[in-house]
Design a protein around this ligand. Structure first.
Ligand code: CAO
Length: 432
């Protein structure tokens, strides 16, 4: 059949306008009035519709071309329309509601007997799909991949959905485990660990993992692979803080009270959460909003012979250093005696993992989801610090803040640790 050229129609006063978007490709089937290209003058942009229907054999324009009335846009092979009487009866239009499927009435694709498999990306809402602003080729592309166009945001002119938007939508869905949710999950396509017989190289024995080990392992693994972690390292000068704590310790010894450095760190963390509230949020399961918490419950990682547990100290902002120290001690005791209740470990906003009593210089703590950040504290050390004219011995504590990069930007991470460090270096600020 003879090819038909589709030309730029009379577009009013416009002469020589630039092609800024090509909405069809070779092989596409187009219907009359389907948009073919978008052109832009210095006054406006407009889409040029097709004056015919058929299969696109070649696209005659390129991006940036200047076109006027009569310029050829595409060559199409018209599709012969069969007489109405010869049409095969179609019981119900169960699929392909978009325009492109309605127009050529020659051969109707057989309707599948079994319902289509649900898409791995999202369940398609046909109404929003048909209303989505996209070209026929993008519609077909989305249809082939099972993408619900109604859920895709358009980055083209006038928010038109382009092929790249569909691709990014799929990429995002795959990264978050197949759905739109931001919670993340499995299906990462990671090869399983090989099973290895270590006895071939020497004597071995098996050690059973505790229930806590197994649960913590699963939880940490999920958080590590599904949350984009960034760890910001910093240090704080705690010379004055430790001098004060030791002085208080002497005074309080008689009453059996011991203030731990962790209590000061908790107070400083709360002050930093108040200054940078984004650290006191959780991502909503939809991935579209953050849930801001206006309370300050802080989890403390406690090392027990059976594994790691994280009791939560509530309303740290409303408690004194002595109250906090007593609670840490009580919880650590309960944890080691296996007396913690599930409720004792729920509702945390932010976690602190202190290895300061043990050693180490810095480490990367894993975020305790659904929280969005965690602070690792390592062992403080006397260090020579330049004060502008000489080196002074100062007690410096290393801080390692891991945060969820979907929620917190790097600059905010650095601001948080800088603030925290300032609070710890001058504890008078904690009472402001
Ligand atoms: N630098 C130097 N010394 C520190 C310190 C620091 N950052 N933090 C605490 N210390 C000192 C304490 O002052 C104490 O010394 P004194 O008895 O002379 O005063 C000593 O270390 C022991 O402290 P502690 O660890 O018993 O008490 P704490 O309040 O600091 O911590 C708790 C309590 C429950 C956090 C801790 O016992 C614990 O379990 N830590 C391990 C947490 C963990 O495993 N995290 C890893 C999670 S990721 O796998």
């Amino acid at each position: 059949m003879a090819l038909q050229d589709i030309l730029v129609p009379d577009i009013g006063d416009f002469d020589k306008v630039e092609v800024i978007e090509i909405l069809v490709s070779e092989g596409d089937t187009i219907a009359e009035e389907d948009s073919l290209i978008t052109v832009e003058s210095d006054k406006a942009s407009m889409e040029i519709p097709s004056s015919g229907s058929g299969r696109v054999v070649s696209v005659k324009v390129s991006m940036g071309d200047m076109v006027s009335e009569g310029s050829v846009i595409v060559s199409i092979e018209p599709i012969e329309t069969a007489p109405e009487a010869e049409e095969e009866p179609v019981e119900e239009a169960t699929a392909e509601p978009e325009k492109i499927a309605e127009t050529p009435k020659v051969k109707t694709a057989p309707v599948p007997e079994t319902p289509a498999k649900p898409s791995p990306v999202a369940v398609v809402d046909e109404v929003s799909f048909s209303k989505a602003y996209a070209s026929p080729s993008v519609r077909r592309f989305a249809r082939e991949l099972g993408v619900d166009l109604g859920a895709v945001s358009g980055s083209g002119r006038k928010n038109r959905i382009v092929k790249e938007d569909v691709k990014s939508f799929i990429k995002q869905a795959m990264q978050s485990g197949g759905g739109k949710a931001a919670s993340g999950s499995s299906s990462l396509g990671i090869a399983p660990m090989p099973e290895v017989d270590f006895s071939q190289w020497g004597d071995i024995s098996e050690v059973k993992l505790s229930k806590i080990n197994k649960l913590t392992g699963e939880f940490l693994h999920r958080n590590w692979v599904s949350i984009p972690h960034v760890t910001q390292y910093d240090e704080a000068d705690i010379t004055e803080m430790e001098a004060f704590r030791k002085q208080m310790a002497k005074e309080m010894e008689r009453e059996g009270v011991k203030i731990t450095p962790l209590a000061f760190i908790m107070k400083a963390v709360v002050a930093s959460l108040k200054a940078y509230p984004r650290f006191n949020t959780s991502l909503a399961p939809s991935g579209d909003t953050l849930i801001q918490k206006n309370y300050y419950h802080i989890g403390v990682a406690v090392d027990t012979p059976d594994g790691l547990v994280v009791p939560v100290i509530r309303d740290v902002d409303q408690k004194s250093l002595i109250e906090i120290s007593n609670e840490i001690r009580a919880f650590a005791g309960k944890a080691r005696d296996k007396k913690l209740k599930p409720a004792d470990m729920q509702g945390g906003c932010f976690t602190i993992s202190s290895l300061g009593g043990i050693g180490g210089t810095k480490f990367t703590p894993i975020i305790n989801a659904p929280e969005v950040a965690i602070l690792g504290v390592s062992r403080s050390k006397m260090q020579p610090v330049w004060n502008g004219s000489e080196f002074e011995p100062r007690l410096m504590v290393p801080l390692s803040l891991s945060y969820d990069h979907r929620v917190i930007d790097g600059a905010e991470g650095a601001r948080f640790t800088t603030h925290l460090s300032k609070m710890l270096s001058d504890i008078r600020r904690l009472i402001l």
